[in-house]
Design a protein around this ligand. Structure first.
Ligand code: DAH
Length: 488
């Protein structure tokens, strides 16, 4: 995908979508159009720096820009705030475990953040793969669509309004296309801090254990095989925390999050039974396990998995907040924990939702199945419409080829997510999944060939042959124009 700004005058168009203004260059990305630059300026020689205007703010474009109008059109949707939407119901059920005034709930933070907020403030190494343009949507070199709710951690620690908080929000990642991945999804972040200067007698571990005792009891079956810290696999931040403090933080963290699981899955089991879905496994007592994990901004870190209908499912990530994050946020005397959970992931399990695209559906046959409040009921699929597979095969450019005028996608810099993005721009929610089905290197020319299978299927209607053919033709054309590949 070549999105580099050129510094030439460009035409701006206002795209108004439900309350948000997306002011974009008139590049016709979607629906098979041409990439266009038009000079609309009355003064043809006036230099103009290409800019994106989003929600009344202007962002300069540069060689890092890789957002398209189609991805920006999701900004106003905010499914986590839409009453009676499964993502919003899931949010509310989790939030109810974190009552105010101990916890402040932040649910309307803007999705455009700085690279410093999204990565640097959390200690992501400079070469972390999450920073690459193939994984993250860049507005420009310094600005991204947040890839996780943790992007707001440092600022909220700095604001220091309450001892704890949750943040729920839409997050954006360039990714595969299948029934459980979507470039926009929702996360909830939570954290709880204790201030060494404010606890009685300065004994922070004791204060945490006192709060631990106040957490609701549960009868969950828990596997937790590892020690709280491990020198190599899950280290104590020895400069900042005593082992006793970390034991207390870990205990409070784990019990709080086990409470979240009990709240969610006891409701889900009831719904499964009510819908007659429950097999023997669903009726078994809930089981969870803690496993060691790694995140740049916590240590020690864990993931929580839940046994759901016979499989262990990873539910959330969490850990003891890195003290450097807190020091840099100006609250060096605080210590505590944080977690992050993907809301769609949980909602798919709770509501038996088989395809992540359904969350974005405006079809009343989907939306009307859910009710306001914290009720969980199993989704009843309205129909499964026919699928239509189409393959596209192409050669990548050999790395030595200079043809293509600086186009990317020779064998070295090709990234599958660029293919996914094109398919999404063209097919939107009419594509169910995209899979690599063949991959080989020509024995003589050494050129690499790839074949992707695109499964077109609407969740709402039967697609016409002609429209599938048109979409597929458009995907083929964009692969050539934007990636410089050679179709086979
Ligand atoms: N931000 C992490 C992610 O997107 C999730 C996460 C893990 C958040 C650990 C946290 C945490 O606050 O402590 O995968």
């Amino acid at each position: 995908m070549k999105l580099a700004a050129t510094g030439r005058a460009v035409r701006f168009a206002w795209i108004k979508r439900s309350g948000i203004d997306l002011r974009c260059k008139t590049r016709n990305w979607i629906g098979g159009g041409q990439y266009q630059r038009r000079n609309q300026s009355t003064n043809q020689h006036a230099p103009r720096i290409p800019a994106l205007e989003i929600d009344g703010k202007s962002y300069t474009e540069d060689g890092w820009t890789n957002v398209s109008p189609s991805i920006l059109s999701y900004l106003p949707r905010k499914l986590h705030l839409q009453p009676s939407h499964p993502v919003s119901i899931t949010r509310q059920v989790i939030e109810s475990n974190f009552p105010s005034p101990t916890y402040t709930h932040y649910n309307d933070l803007h999705p455009i953040v700085t690279v410093a907020e999204n990565f640097d403030s959390l200690g992501f190494p400079k070469d972390h793969p999450g920073r690459s343009r193939t994984d993250t949507y860049y507005i420009n070199r310094d600005t991204v669509l947040r890839t996780h709710t943790s992007a707001h951690e440092a600022q909220i620690f700095r604001d220091n309004k309450s001892e704890g908080y949750t943040i729920s929000a839409d997050v954006y990642r360039r990714d595969a296309i299948d029934r459980s991945h979507y470039p926009v999804f929702h996360q909830m972040e939570g954290a709880r801090m204790w201030d060494r200067r404010k606890v009685p007698g300065g004994d922070v571990a004791r204060a945490i254990w006192t709060d631990f005792e106040r957490l609701p009891k549960h009868g969950l079956s828990i596997e937790d095989a590892n020690p709280t810290t491990h020198p190599e696999r899950n280290p104590l931040q020895a400069e900042h925390h005593s082992p006793g403090e970390v034991e207390a933080i870990a205990a409070h963290l784990k019990k709080s999050l086990e409470g979240v699981v009990v709240g969610l899955f006891s409701r889900a089991q009831k719904a499964a039974v009510a819908a007659g879905h429950a097999d023997a496994a669903a009726l078994e007592p809930l089981k969870v396990r803690w496993i060691e994990a790694y995140f740049p901004f916590t240590s020690p870190s864990w993931e929580l998995e839940v046994l759901w209908q016979g499989d262990w499912l990873e539910l959330l990530g969490c850990g003891v907040t890195k003290q450097d994050v807190l020091i840099n946020a100006g609250v060096p005397d605080q210590i505590g924990w944080a977690f992050g959970v993907g809301l769609e992931r949980v909602a798919m399990l709770l509501f038996s939702i088989p395809d992540i695209r359904l969350f974005w559906s405006k079809d009343p046959r989907f939306l009307d199945q859910f009710s306001v409040g914290e009720n969980i009921n199993a989704f009843v699929p309205f129909s499964k419409y026919p699928e239509c597979y189409k393959d596209v095969s192409f050669w990548l450019r050999s790395s030595s080829s200079s043809a293509g005028g600086g186009m990317r996608s020779n064998a070295q810099d090709f990234h599958e997510n660029d293919v996914m993005e094109i398919v999404r721009d063209v097919g939107s929610d009419l594509v169910e999944d995209v899979r690599l089905v063949d991959d080989f290197v020509h024995p003589v020319s050494r050129r690499k060939s790839l074949c992707y299978r695109i499964n077109y299927r609407s969740l709402e209607r039967t697609l016409r042959n002609e429209e599938v053919n048109q979409m597929h033709e458009s995907v083929r054309k964009h692969l050539v124009e934007r990636l410089g590949v050679e179709l086979r």
